[in-house]
Design a protein around this ligand. Structure first.
Ligand code: UGA
Length: 435
């Protein structure tokens, strides 16, 4: 199959590269000239394990190319995926669809033979209808079908998730489109990935429902963690105890500082807006959003509580700044409100992140950035684990204790066992576990 991927963000770049790896002929198109020039030189704009190797191999094999020229790519494609950003619109929380519609218009005028245009970007229900209307208005002669094929990959595990999905969702009523999309995903069928064909609006809503459900699951366990702390119970045991029930499932039950990233916050906001517009508010997701928002700053009070409520004159060392490990993404990271709240409480902040420091510098001011966890802990009154990078799981606790001004660890990801940290003479606080 000949495929054009419009947009080289997380979803576009990973999907385009993996489609090429399946053996398809893929052109990834982006308006950003510098980005395309960098990709042509083999420089990957995002940190994603293994992506550089896969890009290089497929470029070398002649299956993957990068271009700023959408017209030529589209005219020679069986399928065109729209994978541009759908950020939260300033002011109202709706998804900003201007990039999607601009792409649709540009695609429309360049369509030649029968082509399937597929939205892979996360778009509100009904966007496919609007994309189709735009294309037909712009180019009434076009032989085209518009489908929805939401993506469920996670940052940091993107290639594995793409190649071993729990399911593939395809929304279209058009038989020719189904055939082409089935052919594109054939290597995954062979791996037994279930493919679900459904209506376009249903596919669009599946994506939002999935993200909102996962965000709800996380928020639920976070609130249970707060209660567990008050009553002397252990949230990890609770998560295990409920997760062993197949109806609940063990995943996404790790209590922490609240969810962040480029998807859950934005998508839950957009779903809430869509539901309100249709006068069917999804109150549970509205609650998830506000509980999660409040939580991030509450984590700073958790640190301050160790010192009697104020952090004036204290130095707090943060380990991990990105919203999750294995990414350099700082978008809506819980570390951002956490740092501000710690500063509001009077703290001086030092921080270290294995790959996110460059991005962090754009978001966080008045922070001393360090080159490793031990340098970060040097002279600090409290060490806070914010992101569970592997390299923070086996720190030399004896060395840390010697270096710190005051042996306090606040582990917002429950990386350590309370008994082992306490055995090294630390005052240890974690999330939803007895200290
Ligand atoms: C999420 C979904 O998991 C993907 O399926 C989806 O494709 C993607 O959004 C998207 O819509 O593009 P992602 O944002 O990359 O993926 O990362 P997750 O691993 O889901 O983590 C999101 C946030 O939830 C992180 O801040 C993480 O620390 C937090 N989290 C996750 C928890 O606090 N506890 C958990 O048990 C799991």
């Amino acid at each position: 199959m000949r495929i054009t991927m419009v947009g080289t963000g997380y979803v576009g770049l990973v999907s385009g590269t993996c489609f090429a790896d399946f053996g398809h002929q893929v052109t990834c198109v982006d308006k950003n000239v510098d980005k395309i020039a960098a990709l042509d030189r083999g420089v990957i704009p995002i940190y994603e394990p293994d992506l550089d190797r896969l890009v290089e191999a497929n470029v070398r094999a002649g299956r993957l190319a990068f271009s700023t020229e959408l017209p030529e790519a589209v005219a020679n494609s069986d399928a065109v995926f729209i994978a541009v950003g759908t950020p939260s619109r300033r002011g109202d929380g709706h998804a900003d669809l201007s990039y999607v519609y601009a792409a649709a218009r540009e695609i429309a005028v360049n369509l030649k033979d029968f082509t399937v245009v597929i939205t892979k970007s996360t778009v509100p229900v009904g966007t496919g209808d609007e994309v189709e209307r735009l294309i037909r208005d712009t180019n009434p002669q076009a032989d085209v079908a518009v489908a929805s094929n939401p993506e469920f990959l996670r940052e940091g595990a993107a290639i594995r998730d793409f190649k071993h999905p729990d399911r593939i969702v395809v929304g279209t009523d058009d038989e020719r489109a189904r055939k082409i999309i089935a052919e594109i995903y054939r290597p995954l069928y062979l791996n037994q990935a279930p493919v679900m064909f459904t209506g376009r609006r249903t596919a669009e809503l599946i994506k939002y429902a999935a993200n909102a459900f996962l965000a709800t699951k996380i928020t639920f366990i976070n609130e249970i963690a707060d209660l567990a702390e008050k009553v002397g119970a252990d949230v990890q045991e609770i998560a295990r105890g409920i997760g062993l029930d197949n109806r609940i499932g063990a995943k996404f039950l790790h209590a922490g500082p609240g969810f962040g990233g480029s998807c859950f916050p934005k998508d839950t906001r957009a779903l809430v807006k869509t539901a309100q517009d249709h006068e069917t508010p999804i109150r549970i997701v509205e609650a998830v959003l506000s509980v999660n928002e409040i939580r991030k700053r509450a984590m700073a009070r958790k640190v301050a509580a160790v010192f009697g409520g104020s952090l004036r004159g204290k130095t707090v060392a943060l380990l991990g700044l990105t919203f999750k490990p294995n990414t350099d993404d700082m978008r809506e990271s819980p570390s951002i409100p956490l740092v501000t709240a710690l500063q509001d409480l009077g703290a001086t902040i030092k921080a270290y992140d294995p790959v996110g420091m460059e991005q962090a510098r754009n978001e966080l001011t008045d922070v001393t950035y360090c080159s490793g966890p031990y340098e970060c802990a040097e002279g600090a009154d409290a060490l806070v684990i914010v992101t569970e990078w592997e390299q923070f799981r086996a720190l030399d606790l004896g060395r840390l204790k010697q270096q710190m001004a005051c042996p306090v660890m606040v582990d917002l990801r429950n990386v350590y066992r309370p008994s082992e940290v306490a055995a090294h003479g630390f005052k240890y606080e974690s999330v939803g576990r007895p200290s």
